[in-house]
Design a protein around this ligand. Sequence first.
Ligand SMILES: [Zn+2]
Length: 174
Amino acid sequence: MSRIPGKETTEDYFALDVRQLKREGLIDAEEMPEELAGVAEIEWISSGFGAGEGYALRPWFRCPQEGCGKRVAILYGRPDTDEEPGWACRGCLDLCYPVELEDRVARLQRKSAKARARLGPRPDLAKPKRMRHETFVRLGREYLEIQIELSEALHERTMGMLETMEKERIAFDI
Ligand SMILES: [Zn+2]
């Protein structure tokens, strides 16, 4: 795929989010679809958070562009053409993130701190006294959801930084 020069951001494209497909029940780990017809392959990988139902596996797209195959949460397509959208990852399309990504990370960090505080000082050892069990479980799930979202936002931000560094040919050692 030819690279579209600079300036375009993810907002210029239609975004297909594999996490949203899962939330809406369009894909299911139980059925293990290996492909979303006409779009891309789907892979189910351990999220690394918790072991409860629904947390063990999370879906990823494999970017369908030749020579890429990167594991991504979101694929982008052109909304304004009659052609097949030709789904591709952000890297293949050379898209930038809008500045809002930084805001999203900050917002999720605040949300995470609040959710964590509600769980008491040591939720790994005990629930706060006088809190109902169901409430504790619900708050725990909410906290994990936020953590997953936050870790993904941080990952996206890091990948964006790495791409910028590569583009700008800034030397870095990891
Ligand atoms: Zn790609």
